[in-house]
Design a binder for this molecule. Structure first.
Ligand code: UTP
Length: 298
């Protein structure tokens, strides 16, 4: 295997999705349907797995709650019930076979306790082993503005720079208090950045003082897009936080470990040429249903 070849992707889907209660009392948000470009109604997780596989990823690890193992296996590992299969159109029968093939590339990993996004990533440590990996959020889907998909763009940058890459996007000041933000020094104006700081959910005052970037409008900052290419070193920092019980807002978070990873190994920020659609909030999900198909070039 080439040193910087990326074969694995991790998608944590073990959260509770409290912001989508009561729907998430019975349906995981990562299983909410969206209508994809091909006109199919797909669970969100499927669109994310397809994005990873089409970018050249060979194996996908999804991190689930123990109680949800069965439902994800039903989607990705088990064929439809015979009665259902018999009734499917020839096209859908074909899709079902494709789904089984896709499912054979997926490994279901467990997060026994819901201790946060960073903790869920840590649960993939033994499966990832000592390789760089693509990390994707379980409740975001992407459309690219160019031929290359968003995941392939991030993979391409990693091959170029050979250090961890964080996908970023320009964000208006009003929403940065809900996002992870980064700042740094442009390597390529408005595209590639040497990251000098990552900071979770900054206030506008903090951002104006510390996160502003040359060439960007006063009220615009760089926020995390939700696609990362990380070296396995990230697990050391996550392990350290878990061992020391270092929690932020009650949970083990990823961003503070990304900041440590950056300090140790350096990190590149890349403005992804595309759109990121959040499905984790009612209004965002509604908007995603409308926009995702229309925006979708690739
Ligand atoms: P979120 O930050 O959206 O948290 O997780 P959440 O619990 O799913 O949703 P809310 O905030 O209660 O509405 C980001 C991603 O990380 C996963 C989620 O499934 C989602 O894909 N996650 C989060 C885990 O896998 N485990 C956790 O303990 C927390």
């Amino acid at each position: 295997m080439q040193k910087n070849q990326v074969r694995k992707a991790v998608i944590p889907v073990a959260g509770f999705g409290t912001r989508l209660f009561p729907a998430t009392k019975v349906v995981k948000k990562e299983l909410f349907p969206i209508i994809d470009r091909d006109g199919r109604a797909k669970p969100v997780i499927l669109a994310i797995i397809e994005e990873a596989i089409s970018a050249g990823i060979a194996e996908v690890g999804i991190v689930v709650q123990p109680d949800d193992q069965e439902i994800f296996a039903d989607l990705l590992k088990n064929p439809p019930k015979k009665e259902l299969l018999d009734k499917l159109s020839p096209q859908n029968k074909g899709y079902s076979r494709y789904l089984e093939d896709l499912g054979s590339k997926v490994t279901i990993l467990l997060q026994e306790e819901q201790l946060g996004y960073g903790h869920a990533v840590f649960c993939a440590k033994d499966w990832v082993k000592d390789e760089p990996f693509l990390l994707m959020l379980g409740d975001h889907i992407y459309t690219s503005d160019i031929e290359k998909s968003c995941a392939s763009q991030v993979l391409g940058i990693y091959e170029q720079v050979n250090q961890s890459v964080v996908g970023i996007t320009k964000m208006p000041a009003e929403i940065i208090h809900k996002a992870g933000c980064v700042t740094g020094v442009w390597q390529e104006l408005n595209s590639i950045l040497s990251v000098t700081q990552l900071y979770e959910k900054p206030t506008i005052e903090y951002a104006q003082q510390h996160l502003h970037l040359e060439g960007m409008a006063e009220n615009e900052f760089l926020g995390i897009f939700g696609l990362y290419l990380l070296t396995p070193k990230i697990f050391d920092f996550l392990a350290e936080h878990i061992k020391q019980n270092f929690r932020e807002r009650g949970e083990f978070q990823l961003t503070s470990c990304l900041e440590k990873l950056r300090q140790e190994e350096g990190m590149t920020g890349y403005i992804v040429k595309g759109n990121c659609f959040d499905i984790g909030l009612p209004e965002a999900y509604r908007q995603t249903m409308i926009d995702f198909r229309n925006f979708r070039l690739i």
